[in-house]
Design a protein around this ligand. Structure first.
Ligand code: ZN
Ligand code: ZN
Length: 562
């Protein structure tokens, strides 16, 4: 495996922090951290260019270049490995807690004698930090909050991060206990966007299961007759098993794969048989005289009403997707050329491709100036000739500027087939400010799609505050599509607001925001999220056939001249 830029940047940044903690040359440490910053933003992979060439990149230089070569040749930076050896594991972990930088860690370790996060939290509770220089009451409180946040989120994964482990482990359990049943359930079965535990219903005797898990390096936290809970070591995740007699497996499977709201409504309507013994979930629904509700839809009480009227929608599936909307090429911060992306789309049987690189204000992402845009459009026209009948559409992911305007003059905006408007800068803002920017952008007649509307990054950054209803109402009034950004860390707009989009007849667009050909596959996670809200193919722009998409564009262009 060749190391990519983000790995190299992480290694250099860690090196810089550890040098600071160990009191080594601070001048050098600073050079490594600024090189890390530069490398993280480079449009090109270092592994694809020669050593002489990357040594000459501004902000890298010879000594950093040597470290990068070590990574390529040996898979590690030698001095970094030595520093890690000299650092207690608890101190290494502290580096992952936001708001505790190397300077503070040095005092915590060397002066306070604290070597783990647990000890540090205890010291905060005891009010001991304030005895040290540089640690006021405010700092102590913010450290305490950061640690609590860190500990709360430990063991939480994006659905996409834990999916492979969950499926492999499920298969391993079934293989090892072939004469028993293991049914995966809970939030994983419901396809929630973040997962902090994996759950199964099983009829395996608790003691046998425990022995198996201990053998496989899991730690038992609790073992009861009804439920056993284990803690994984490598995948730091809780495994949760519900024990049930064979006749009650499906009853248990059902009750553990609905939301609380859904289950309450189910019980309120007394939909269970008294005996509660079922041979399948199908039988549960048949008995209740309801249409079958898949686990991913068992969220709101309203779904039960629809199922009793036999009017559940035929939800969108991955095979309904006809195009990739929102994709970045090498022209801005993507990894592939437009031609490579188009060919990959053709290979996936997609009907067309929408290229939307970053706009000029996104200088950190190599956003396109007016001049480079002209050249890009010429390239797209050439490719459209060459790849006929496949079609590439000219788009841009325009930054929404501070006052809510788009990033180019109208003369330039008119040259795009379709415009996605997104916020990328000054994310720390009040709801009032965020809404002013968003609503102005939605009202702009050139905007067709509102990109990732809250800017959230699951498990790492809450989005800026917004009023979802007002956004959806305004999109409805101005015929703007709302993106469901399919990157598994975004999934923004949150699926919980999609029923209001449907009510207001606002189209959504499941877009991978792909920065490489392989990221086309992220569409899948957007589809999973859309399914949870019962979205159908006709309610999603990226499942429009080419001719319908072209008609949609015509309608959008009419908006521009009105
Ligand atoms: Zn974006
Ligand atoms: Zn993007």
């Amino acid at each position: 495996m060749t190391a990519d830029n983000s790995f190299i940047a992480d290694q250099l940044s860690l090196l810089s922090k550890l040098m600071d903690i160990h009191g080594e040359n601070s001048f050098k440490a600073k050079a490594y951290s600024s090189a890390a910053f530069t490398i993280d933003k480079l449009p090109q992979q270092l592994s694809e260019i020669s050593a002489e060439k990357f040594a000459s990149i501004k902000g890298i230089g010879d000594s950093v270049a040597k470290k990068i070569i070590e990574i390529f040749e040996r898979g590690e930076i030698i001095v970094l490995s030595e520093l890690i050896q000299k650092t207690p594991p608890g101190i290494m972990q502290m580096l992952n807690v936001k708001g505790i930088g190397p300077k503070k860690i040095t005092v915590i370790w060397k002066e306070m004698g604290i070597e783990s996060i647990g000890e540090l939290l205890y010291a905060c509770n005891e009010n001991r930090l304030t005895l040290y220089k540089g640690f006021g009451e405010k700092t102590q409180k913010s450290i305490q909050e950061s640690i609590e946040y860190f500990l709360n989120n430990i063991g939480s994964y994006l659905y996409a991060q834990i999916e492979e482990f969950a499926n492999k482990f499920d298969a391993a359990l079934k293989h090892s206990f072939s004469e028993y049943s293991f049914l995966i359930t809970g939030i994983f079965r419901r396809h929630l966007e973040t997962i902090d535990r994996l759950e199964w219903v099983t009829n395996v005797p608790a003691a046998a299961l425990q022995a198996y898990l201990l053998e496989n390096n899991f730690v038992t936290e609790r073992l009861e007759t009804e439920e056993s809970v284990f803690q994984g070591k490598e995948e730091n995740i809780l495994l949760h098993f519900y024990h049930a007699e064979t006749e009650r497996l499906h009853h248990k499977l059902f009750t553990t794969s609905c939301s609380e709201e859904f289950l309450n409504e189910w019980n309120k309507r007394s939909l269970f048989n008294n005996k509660a013994e079922y041979i399948s979930e199908d039988e549960i629904f048949e008995n209740a005289k309801l249409q079958f509700i898949p686990a991913y839809l068992r969220e709101t009480s309203f779904t039960i009403e629809k199922a009793s009227a036999h009017s559940l929608p035929k939800v969108i599936e991955a095979k309904d997707i006809t195009t990739i909307i929102h994709s970045h090429s090498k022209w801005s911060d993507g990894n592939n050329t437009i031609e490579e992306m188009a060919k990959a789309a053709i290979a996936k049987d997609l009907q067309y491709l929408v290229i939307s690189d970053h706009s000029k204000s996104a200088f950190y992402a190599n956003g396109l100036t007016e001049e480079r845009l002209k050249a890009q459009h010429a390239e797209i026209e050439e490719l459209n000739d060459k790849l006929k009948p496949f079609k590439i559409f000219k788009s841009i992911e325009s930054d929404i500027l501070n006052d809510g305007s788009l990033d180019y003059s109208d003369e330039i905006l008119v040259s795009f087939d379709i415009i996605i408007a997104s916020i990328h800068s000054n994310l720390k803002m009040t709801e009032e400010k965020a809404m002013m920017r968003l609503l102005n952008a939605i009202k702009n007649p050139f905007t067709s799609i509102l990109g990732h509307c809250t800017g959230r990054l699951l498990l790492s950054r809450a989005g800026y505050p917004v009023d979802h209803k007002k956004i959806i109402d305004t999109c409805a009034a101005h015929n703007v599509v709302i993106e469901l950004n399919a990157h598994p860390r975004r999934l923004d707009i949150d699926w919980r607001f999609l029923d209001y989009c449907l009510e207001k007849k606002v189209l959504i667009s499941i877009d991978p925001d792909a920065h490489s050909v392989s990221a086309f596959d992220h569409v899948k996670y957007g589809v999973l999220a859309a399914q949870k809200a019962g979205i159908t193919a006709s309610q999603n722009l990226s499942s429009y056939p080419l001719s319908t998409f072209e008609a949609f564009l015509k309608e959008q262009h009419a908006k521009r001249t009105r």
